[in-house]
Design a protein around this ligand. Structure first.
Ligand code: 2BA
Length: 110
C-alpha cells in the first residue's frame, strides 16, 4: 500500500476530490499553508494499493493546473519611501501539484 500526499492549490482541490471519489478512491483534504507564499493551499492524503498509484497520479495531473502568482517583496518600514525600494512584484509559478509517495507500513481501520 502507498500513501500519496498531494499539495495542491485550493482552487483545484474540489475538482481533484470529486474526480477521486467518482473513481471510488478515498481521500482526505487537510487545509495547509505554503511556506514561501504563506497562502492557503490544500494537502490531499490518498491511501491506495500499489497498482493504483499511476491512475491516481493521472487524475491529479488532469485536475491540478499550474498558475502564476505574484508576491510583493517586503520592504523595511523606515526605508519604504526610498526610491531604490520601488521593487517589482516577484512572479512565481505554482503547481499543478507537489506529490510525495510513501510506503505504508501498516493500515488499520478500527
Ligand atoms: P509555497 O511554499 O507557498 O511556494 C509557492 C511557490 O513559490 C512554489 O510553487 C515555487 O514556485 C515558489 N517557491 C517556493 N519556495 C521558493 C523559494 N525558496 N525561492 C523561490 N521560489 C520559491 P511549487 O513548487 O509548485 O510549490 C507549491 C506548494 O507546494 C508550496 O507552496 C508548498 O506548500 C508545497 N511544496 C513544494 N515543495 C515542497 C517540498 N519540497 N516540501 C514540502 N512542501 C512543498
Amino acid at each position: 500500500m502507498k500513501l500519496i500526499i498531494a499539495i495542491v492549490q485550493d482552487v483545484d482541490s474540489k475538482g481533484l476530490l470529486d474526480a477521486l471519489v467518482k473513481d471510488s478512491y478515498r481521500a482526505t483534504k487537510v487545509s495547509s499553508t505554503g511556506g514561501f507564499l504563506v497562502r492557503g493551499n490544500s494537502t490531499v492524503l490518498i491511501g491506495v494499493k500499489d497498482d493504483q498509484v499511476e491512475p491516481v497520479l493521472a487524475i491529479i495531473k488532469s485536475t491540478c493546473h499550474s498558475r502564476r502568482e505574484y508576491v510583493s517583496p517586503v520592504v523595511p518600514l523606515g526605508e519604504a519611501a526610498s526610491a531604490r525600494y520601488w521593487l517589482q512584484p516577484l512572479e512565481v509559478e505554482v503547481g499543478g501539484a507537489t506529490v510525495f509517495i510513501l510506503d505504508v507500513e501498516r493500515f488499520e481501520q478500527v
